[in-house]
Design a protein around this ligand. Structure first.
Ligand SMILES: [Zn+2]
Length: 133
């Protein structure tokens, strides 16, 4: 009943010869300037206009407009703020309020405690080995 062969088709899709690994697209953290998988970074956009600009976290990556990325790490946030990387990354005409983004990072950077990921991965490993060359 179970389709066994189908799973073999899901392999790494070629992504235009760039040095992406299996992780997919990478983005640059505006704080520490390191590249990381987009899924590990927080996307944020500028909301409002004029004197009412603010940085808005976009955890679902759905907000329109120019976005920038940051590690969910208060240290990266502080770095970005100190070198005014937010305004440059988002091409803001003025200074944006960073309160919302700061709060979001503070919340998500709290450790969630221990996980059993390693055990789960080991248990779900398919036993099929010896792929033909
Ligand atoms: Zn960073």
């Amino acid at each position: 009943m179970r389709p066994r062969r189908e799973a073999d088709r899901i392999r790494v899709r070629g992504i235009r010869g760039v040095d992406f690994h299996v992780v997919g697209p990478t983005r640059t953290c505006v704080g520490c300037r390191k590249r990381a998988p987009a899924s590990e970074l927080i996307r944020f956009v500028a909301a409002g206009s004029g004197d009412d600009l603010r940085l808005q976290p976009d955890p679902n990556r759905r907000l329109p407009g120019r976005g920038a990325h940051l590690h969910p790490d208060p240290a990266c946030f502080a770095l970005a703020e100190r070198r005014r990387a937010f305004g440059r990354a988002l091409r803001l005409p003025g200074v944006a309020d960073t309160g919302m983004l700061a709060e979001h990072i503070r919340v998500v950077s709290i450790p969630l405690g221990t996980t059993d990921d390693t055990a789960a991965v080991a248990a779900s490993r398919p036993s099929k080995v010896g792929r033909p060359r």
